[in-house]
Design a protein around this ligand. Structure first.
Ligand code: ADP
Ligand code: MG
Length: 725
């Protein structure tokens, strides 16, 4: 294979690559490794006095307030444990609205007159930190003179040790709030929304006769998709480095159409990476299983076991950090962008969620008897109402410049939020809807509480891959979240809209009972109404089809194709009322999130546009001009000796060069344009003007890639990046 010097060097580097050896040995006991770097309940039980441990469990499992005396003892035990594990520093870890993970590091050791001595690590150090927060996005929540933000220990998410060849760090998961207590992060609203959902779910359980139901929590299990490419190629692509995706690249001769990638042939270095990543995750108490993915070349998936949503969200963030680090160690770059390669399958992060408690187990699991099934149907109906009523909010919870390349483009899942129930459950709801009617299907009319309600076996095989929100037997799978985003945002929305729906259901049942209705009949009526009012969101067909776009519109479902269409959903009066009612966000917090999301969009598109301009001007155009010169020189030489010259190649290249130059001029102009108005206008401009201007440049560049001599082409090709590992 030929190519420009940089590309040749990259390819040589890949060929010579030797991975780190001896990562995994047969003697390793995974059971022993699991959680070895976690300040887990087991560790706490061993190291804390009984009463302190019990009090802390109250905080972790039952949301009881934390006793400061307990915090002091926990801090001391945590420090001893961390020092034994070789930690020299501790860090409050928080999740600002950049979507990334932030850490404020402090040393356990302090310089003093004699040398270094062990600093105190007290309860108050554990509980609260005060990072200089001026550089984190706040959407107007903090006046610039008030740059302080506070981190606060989240005892429900375990502390852990992050290893580094230069020293280990004790990491303490925290919330991040402003001086006035307003949320500047992803964790605070997640904890609030969890509480709101739990209160309403417990109300419903009480109506079903569970007198003192155990605390309800939401669970999340995220399937993370990602690409791996050799780092040498990564470094030869300034567009990938700047924006996380390739802004140029002609389709490879062979793409994903054969569906044959990596079946039984995971390259050794990828396998070595997977082993090490799994091992590192195990140490951190993250039960994850890597596997290859057949969809796109170079694309893989990792799915940690589901956990409480708050812990799952933290673990998900940590997982991305670990994958990136381990990949780099193996000479590869892990790409989390939703669409790193145009024309090749993108990456998502399916969020599987359910809710449950210690006594009832999973509330989305169909039961064995009609009474249990009635309860199950109520929780499913709550999801149906929530998703129908607040589909726009769900869409906005997954909106970003990068995820727009999946949603609303020609890829899974569509931007229209609908629910897939599967044939059996859809049929049950159909029958419930006709509850009082005399006409009935062969199973007989369903009356809740009567034994005609059939046994509902879980059927995880019943799948519809085109639905953004699918019931998969014992949970719902939200498939729209992007591979790069935190799952906290989607879970905040899911918890909150479920709180509203469960509240509605409980209130309706209570009022019917107050009016003298029998319980089962009251439930039956409420379910009927929900299907009547919200059944339009249920769609079991092909979500990719053109017909669905038309039908969805007729059903009144939103089709918010871009981030700019979706983000204003955050500040509709209904949304603000919802979040305020359930104590998840106040008005100011909602506005701040709205601003931050749009700012982030404008920044992302801006980076891409500038990177497109630069790479096209300094790499693509020069390569095309050189080739043009070569052809022209050749033409002149041939003409001089009287040999006829076929001008078609030279003409085609020249014409595309001219097109590229004029597209570049447009892009340069638009990048310099002043946009009037606020951040929404800027975002609109990015979407409607900058993105098309970038696409025009790319179109010419990609055509030129297919024409210009390979040894002159400066950028690693799709073929090289996707197939050489
Ligand atoms: P798929 O067939 O969708 O690939 P997986 O077996 O990979 O299914 O599971 C996907 C994710 O769903 C995993 O993270 C798993 O732990 C999670 N999951 C399984 N059961 C539940 C549940 N009851 N609630 C939430 N998540 C769950
Ligand atoms: Mg799945």
């Amino acid at each position: 294979m030929s190519g420009s010097k940089a590309r040749l060097q990259a390819i040589e580097a890949v060929k010579g690559h030797e991975g780190p050896a001896g990562i995994f040995s047969a003697e390793d006991d995974l059971g022993e490794i699991f959680g070895e770097n976690v300040f887990s309940k087991a560790v706490m039980q061993k190291r804390l006095p009984k009463t302190v441990f019990k009090s802390l469990l109250g905080t972790i499992d039952h949301s009881l307030p934390l006793d400061p005396v307990v915090a002091d003892i926990v801090a001391s035990a945590m420090k001893d444990w961390a020092l034994e594990k070789g930690a020299t520093h501790y860090a409050h870890v928080f999740y600002p609205l950049t979507g990334l993970t932030a850490e404020k590091h402090d040393s356990f050791f302090e310089p003093d007159s004699v040398g270094a001595s062990l600093a105190e690590f007290q309860g108050k150090t554990l509980i609260q930190g005060e990072p200089d927060a001026s550089s984190f996005p706040n959407g107007g929540l903090r006046a610039t003179f008030e740059a302080r933000g506070y981190t606060g220990w989240d005892a429900t998410s375990p502390a852990y040790i992050l290893e580094n060849p230069n020293g280990n760090t004790l990491c303490i998961p925290t919330v991040f709030v402003s001086m006035t207590g307003e949320a500047l992060d992803h964790k605070t609203p997640l904890l609030r929304s969890q509480q709101a959902m739990a209160a309403q779910a417990e109300r419903v359980l009480k109506l079903f006769g569970h007198e003192d139901p155990a605390a309800v929590v939401s669970f999340a299990g995220a399937e993370q998709e990602y690409f791996l490419i050799d780092r040498s190629f990564f470094f030869s692509r300034p567009d990938l480095i700047a924006s996380g995706r390739t802004l140029f690249g002609d389709k490879p001769p062979k793409g994903q159409e054969f569906d044959d990638h990596y079946f039984g042939a995971i390259p050794d270095r990828v396998l070595a990476f997977m082993f090490e990543a799994e091992r590192e995750l195990f140490k951190l108490g993250i039960p994850a299983k890597t596997r290859h993915n057949e969809v796109a070349p170079g694309q893989f998936e990792i799915a940690p076991m589901f956990e409480r949503a708050n812990v799952a969200a933290d673990h998900q963030q940590l997982l991305m950090v670990v994958l990136k680090k381990v990949a780099q160690k193996h000479g590869m770059e892990c790409l989390f962008h939703e669409k790193p390669f145009a024309g090749i399958n993108g990456s998502g992060k399916h969020v599987n969620f359910s809710l449950g408690n210690a006594t009832e187990g999973n509330l989305l699991l169909p039961g064995d008897n009609p009474h249990d099934n009635a309860q199950f149907l109520v929780f499913c109906a709550a999801v149906i109402r929530a998703v129908h009523k607040y589909g726009g909010l769900l869409r906005s919870s997954v909106a970003s410049a990068s995820n727009d390349h999946r949603l609303g483009a020609n890829e899974a899942p569509p931007a229209i939020i609908s629910i897939f129930l599967g044939d059996q459950l859809a049929d049950v709801f159909d029958q419930v809807a006709k509850g009082g009617a005399t006409s009935s299907k062969e199973k007989g009319t369903l009356i809740i509480g009567a034994d005609t309600l059939p046994h509902l076996p879980t059927d995880p095989g019943d799948r519809n891959r085109t639905s953004p929100f699918a019931f998969t037997g014992n949970r719902f799978e939200f498939r729209a979240p992007g591979s790069m985003q935190s799952i906290a945002g989607p879970m905040v929305t899911i918890n909150t809209i479920l709180a509203e729906a469960l509240d509605h259901i409980a209130t309706e049942i209570e009022s019917r009972i107050a009016d003298g209705a029998e319980f089962n009949l009251a439930v039956q009526k409420v379910l009927e109404e929900i299907i009547e009012d919200h059944g339009a969101v249920v769609f079991n067909g092909d979500g990719y089809s053109e017909d669905w776009q038309v039908e969805a519109e007729a059903r009144g479902l939103l089709n918010l194709r871009t981030t700019v269409d979706a983000i204003p959903q955050l500040i509709t009066p209904e949304a603000q009322e919802l979040f305020e009612t359930y104590g998840v966000f106040n008005h100011r917090e909602m506005h701040s999130r709205y601003e931050i999301a749009l700012e982030h969009y404008v920044l992302s598109v801006g980076v891409e546009a500038r990177s497109t301009l630069e790479v096209a001007t300094t790499s693509v155009l020069p390569a095309a001009l050189r080739y043009q010169t070569e052809l022209a020189t050749n033409a002149a030489a041939l003409t001089a000796v009287g040999i006829e010259f076929d001008r078609s190649t030279l003409e085609a290249v020249s014409s595309e060069v001219a097109t590229l130059q004029s597209s570049l001029a447009v892009l340069r102009d638009e990048l310099g344009a002043e946009v009037e108005g606020g951040v929404l206008d800027e975002a609109r401009f990015s979407c409607d003007v900058l993105i098309p201007a970038m696409s025009a440049v790319r179109a010419s560049a990609d055509l030129l890639e297919a024409m210009v001599a390979d040894d002159l082409w400066p950028l690693a090709t799709y073929q090289e990046m996707l197939f050489i590992l």
